[in-house]
Design a protein around this ligand. Structure first.
Ligand SMILES: [Zn+2]
Length: 351
């Protein structure tokens, strides 16, 4: 029995030696955090060595199990980092936009985090645990997830499962809302939101008259349709093809995000028909003109205002227009309802 334990222990030692910690932690974008995590890993190894030396026939069962688990994770990290060093960024980009169907700005963002900042190297590391809680941390975690999904999809690995397990064990959550925007402040924004102020801000957008018309129409379009900004952008650019003058039938599905059908406000419809505006998503230059400072609230917040207003008409219909009703029966039913209720909707006093 003792011999068996001894053998097991040797095996553990071997596998521990087989995995070089240096290769697991290579280049870093946060040298300071790296130093911290290295120190932690160092002290962890020291404590394990101490236990082994004092008792050659193994420490407690719990300790051994923990070590085996740690070793298996270290191996996964090494393989992940190896694959990361040989990744084809072009294929990764195609995966994000075509397989994952992420929006153009989202793909750009993920590529920046993965390629330029090398966030993948924080896979299952102490660095990510120590990273200050912020929106940026969420993006870094997102980026690592996308890399995992790409490898899992392409090479049938199981990096994502290990990553989720790691985050769960370390009590890492994706939520950042508690840091910057508490529900209380969210409610305050809503309480203080005024249509008059919003329209006033819209009238000041852009430098020229033409640019003002284009961007104020765009912001009002987000507000009246209640679509997510990227969906609203697409609907705005493709307006002439999808709008019948009253209702825009979209039925777009992107992962768990749906857009069914929304109303087109008669005033905006006229402007869009006449000017055939187009906003380029790639350049992102519209953010300089349309942002929370110039509009008075975050553009995506307008979706919530829209929902609250639509609820005056019908809560079920408001849910449908936000893309949350899912069954086919509901879709057909609500689409008919939308045409019937158009006049009532316009009368809700939007602009
Ligand atoms: Zn229209």
């Amino acid at each position: 029995m003792n011999e068996l334990l001894f053998e097991n222990n040797n095996e553990i030692r071997k596998s521990e030696n087989g995995v070089s910690l240096e290769s697991a932690s290579t280049r870093s974008i946060h040298a300071e955090l790296r130093t911290q995590s290295d120190t932690k890993l160092g002290s962890f190894n020291a404590s394990v060595d101490y236990v082994d030396d004092s008792n050659p026939f193994g420490s407690s069962t719990a300790e051994r199990v923990r070590k085996i688990m740690e070793d298996s994770r270290k191996k996964t990290i090494v393989v992940f980092l190896e694959m990361l060093s040989e990744i084809s960024w072009k294929d990764f980009e195609v995966f994000l936009s075509e397989t994952e169907k992420l929006s153009v700005p989202h793909v750009k963002n993920m590529m920046k985090y993965a390629m330029r900042w090398g966030c993948g190297e924080m896979y299952c590391s102490d660095e990510i645990v120590n990273y200050p809680k912020s929106r940026k941390k969420q993006s870094v975690m997102n980026c690592i997830s996308k890399l995992c999904q790409y490898f899992d999809y392409t090479y049938s690995t199981e990096f994502q499962a290990e990553w989720i397990k790691f985050l769960h064990q370390k009590r890492q959550t994706w939520a950042v809302a508690s840091v910057n925007v508490t529900p209380k402040t969210k409610f305050n924004i809503y309480k203080n939101w005024s249509k008059k102020q919003f329209l006033d801000n819209c009238s000041k957008l852009g430098q020229t008259k033409k640019s003002n018309l284009k961007f104020s129409t765009w912001v009002k379009f987000v507000y009246t349709t209640g679509l997510r900004p990227d969906e609203a952008m697409r609907a705005f650019n493709e307006h002439d093809e999808i709008c019948d003058g009253k209702v825009m039938e979209l039925f777009w599905h992107r992962r768990n995000k749906h857009a069914h059908a929304v109303y087109c406000h008669p005033e905006l419809h006229k402007v869009l028909k006449k000017h055939k505006f187009h906003i380029s998503q790639n350049s992102g230059s519209h953010y300089k003109i349309v942002n929370s400072r110039t509009v008075g609230c975050e553009v995506r917040f307008l979706r919530k205002v829209n929902f609250t207003k639509n609820c005056d008409l019908s809560v079920e219909l408001a849910n449908f227009m936000q893309g949350t009703a899912s069954s086919l029966r509901e879709r057909v039913y609500f689409l008919g309802d939308m045409h019937k209720l158009y006049e009532k909707w316009v009368a809700l006093d939007w602009l």
